[in-house]
Design a protein around this ligand. Sequence first.
Ligand code: BES
Ligand code: MN
Ligand code: ZN
Length: 462
Amino acid sequence: MPAATVVDVVDQPSTLRLVTERELPQWLATQSAALQNWLPRSGFKPEHGRWLALPIESGSRTVLVGAGEALSDPAQLLWLGAGLGDRLPPGDYALENEFADARDEIIATGWTLGSYRFNRYRKSAGNALPRLRRPGAASGDTLAAMHAGTWLARDLINTPANDMGPAELEAAARAVAEQGGGELQVTRGSLLTTGFPLVAAVGQGSPREPRLLDLRFRKPGAPKVTLVGKGVCFDTGGLDIKPAAGMLLMKKDMGGAACALGVARALRLLAVPVDLRVLIPAVENSVDGASFRPGDVWRSRKGLTVEIGNTDAEGRLVLADALHAAGEDSPDLLIDFATLTGAARIALGPELPPVFGGDPQLVASLVQQGAAVADPLWPMPLWNGYEDELSSRIADLNNAPSSGLAGSITAALFLRRFVADPARWLHLDVYGWNPRDRPGRPAGAEAHGVRAVTAWLRQKFG
Ligand code: BES
Ligand code: MN
Ligand code: ZN
């Protein structure tokens, strides 16, 4: 993890003056005649995210930052901060007018997001980054926790599958356990086959041994929160193999696991008092003579049998056993993250993960938190009318609905069959990826939902 770019002590910072389109003329009227003369001819417009270093007049450097029409929305603030943290010349900066409210934390969070780089496979360590003096109302602990959780999730997702198989995902989980004072229990081999038969079935075609990671940070008496993350380290589709274009990004199919670990890391740094458990089925969905097959019928941990309509619908299989195991512990809250369906991206695009849950109020409250921290989520229905899509002629369930419609919903309905108490369950169908390059959101991994869920759990239980 690189050094934080929001710091408590800076040396002679340049001043960042945020101005909206409306404020600019008033502000300029208070400046020197020379500046009043120069600025209009500089071509500067106070559009959101534009900036201009002013000529030094009195020894201190000021950078004028366009704030557009207003900075009312958390997302506007976050991405403004990200653009500055990403692109300003290296050096130290401070806000001239801190907000002294929640906005300070959002802009500073954006600044740190703007500093994300994935340099593991590059010779050069990258350029120096600008640093921001931490605004007064931004908690350093919160910034550090969100930074750590987001970085962890993004780094795990960005790491290619040759360096991020089930064993490496296990090592990452072990590191999170050790850093946060937890324990990791790993189930493999014959115990996996008997205890988590669907996880074993999906992983049996890979030479990289499938496993179930069970991470616990025990706190007896505290609310029990269990996170589940889809840890498919590479998804070829299995025997129902994906075409090249569909397979290209499938190193990110452990994105749910990465996000769950990111939340766990952040919650531990913030010492949120919950009895925390993280379950990760870690597998590779490979093409091999030993692979599970279309048409197979497998008995799940819960006892329900599943006919394999499509080996590419593997995420719901590995999650089924993990969700059922989670329920055996009766958690107060069960949250899963999964790069589960292409249909979620068709419905809402790459930056708005659907969230499902049996209690609409619980869903709404998480959605609201997501908006407040500019890590947006959108509610989607567990539409009972589509339940029959899960039916099979010879087994209790089929993993691949034949209609192909409402794929994100039918996948969520499949998961619900394995959840002990759907009213205490939330399911995030995350994309885990930014297709476009933008400040704070470079093309590549995205830690969808990590800040939203962390902030929400902290608010609920902290
Ligand atoms: N990992 C994919 C889903 C996915 C694909 C997420 C592309 C993000 C981008 C998942 O395992 C999968 O292949 N799902 C199939 C399910 C279908 C076979 C019922 C899908 O969505 O097409
Ligand atoms: Mn798949
Ligand atoms: Zn998958």
